[in-house]
Design a protein around this ligand. Structure first.
Ligand code: PEP
Ligand code: MN
Length: 345
């Protein structure tokens, strides 16, 4: 698709037949523009992509089945609540996220060995986790720190997924690894450091895998939504937004969890929102209170680091729960989720 913007949307009348939509799409195409159709609401909405002058000259309001033509005022278009009012629900391997379904994504920071991942996966699952996380390609501040096991790590995750039934979330750092990551995992994570790696975003926009997009360390909410727009614009509508803490002057925590980002993102976008209290806090004892706060604020999921033996973890041991600690936190999360009238997975 050309670098054209979506400035307006066509809201169809309730119950308008698909031929009405097709007629408009054909007209847009013949004028050198195009339309992206959202059908998940009661009414169908078409986002118009094209040069402003061309689109403005089309008598779109006069077409049969059209209720109204409205401008999309936000800089992000397809991820905006204006375009789609209902929550996007993402389902992988029978477990859902969004629209009242809450995901509990748990596992180690890094894949270190088969035994470590299996132990983590089995205890996470027994405690109620709905998805497994683990990094095979690690973004490390130091080039001398453990960088991850690469493809071998992905294969271990896939085996653990098969054994437990939990879908796998794992980070992609380099478009050259996209085929391998898509082959062995179910959800592709874009880490905080790559939130504005626009070529990486466009690349994951072209694959049939949900993407968990983490907020950059110094990114605004609008920049996060614009990054999500890069992915959705390429055709991949299944993006999960993740608040994982931002850099502030505060030194008591590793980062500052921006809890207000949760309701703001939910208001502005139809995409599900997940909170990662582990990277936000950097401390085991803050994982439970921040998780509960996230659920109370309306999060659709949590991503929590846990490890069979955090003392010997190759990365992020200080923020990783052991299986016993994770079981306790998971039980509290389940209570909260039920209290808010939602369900796990
Ligand atoms: C991670 O999830 O292990 C990670 C590196 O997270 P972030 O990109 O949020 O720092
Ligand atoms: Mn980590």
């Amino acid at each position: 698709m050309d670098a054209v913007s979506t400035e307006m949307m066509i809201v169809m009348q309730e119950g308008s037949p698909s031929e009405d939509v097709d007629r408009i799409l054909e007209r847009l195409e013949s004028a050198g523009a195009s339309g992206i159709v959202s059908t998940s609401d009661v009414v169908t909405v078409i986002a118009v992509m094209g040069e402003r002058d061309v689109v403005a000259g089309l008598p779109l309001e006069a077409y049969p089945g059209v209720d109204k033509v409205l401008p999309i005022l936000k800089p992000y278009k397809l991820v905006s609540r204006d375009f789609r009012r209902s929550d996007t629900v993402i389902t992988v391997k029978g477990t859902s996220l969004g629209g009242g379904h809450v995901a509990l994504i748990a596992g180690p920071c890094s894949v270190e060995s088969r035994a470590q991942v299996f132990e983590a996966a089995e205890s996470a699952k027994a405690s109620g986790a709905t998805m497994l996380r683990g990094g095979a390609y690690k973004p490390r501040t130091s080039p001398y720190a453990f960088q991850g096991l690469g493809v071998e790590g992905l294969q271990i995750l896939a085996e653990a997924s098969k054994a437990t039934g939990m879908p796998v979330v794992t980070e992609l750092m380099d478009p050259r690894h996209l085929d391998d990551v898509a082959l062995y995992s179910d959800v592709i994570q874009i880490g905080a450091r790559n939130m504005q790696n626009f070529q990486l975003l466009s690349a994951v926009g072209q694959v049939d895998r949900p993407v968990l997009l983490k907020r950059g360390l110094a990114a605004t909410i609008e920049e996060l939504l614009m990054a999500a727009e890069y992915i959705v614009k390429e055709g991949n509508e299944n993006v999960i937004l993740c608040e994982r803490g931002i850099r502030t002057f505060e030194t008591a925590t590793r980062n500052t969890l921006d809890i207000s980002a949760v309701p703001i993102l939910k208001q502005r976008s139809h995409l599900p929102v997940v909170v990662d209290p582990s990277h936000a806090a950097g401390k085991i004892e803050l994982v439970e209170p921040l998780s509960l706060a996230a659920i109370a604020a309306g999060a659709d999921g949590l991503m929590i680091e846990m490890h069979p033996t955090p003392e010997i973890a190759l990365s992020d041991g200080a923020q990783s729960l052991n299986p016993k600690q994770f079981a306790k936190v998971a039980a509290r999360i389940e209570e909260f989720v039920a209290w808010f009238g939602k369900q796990m997975g």
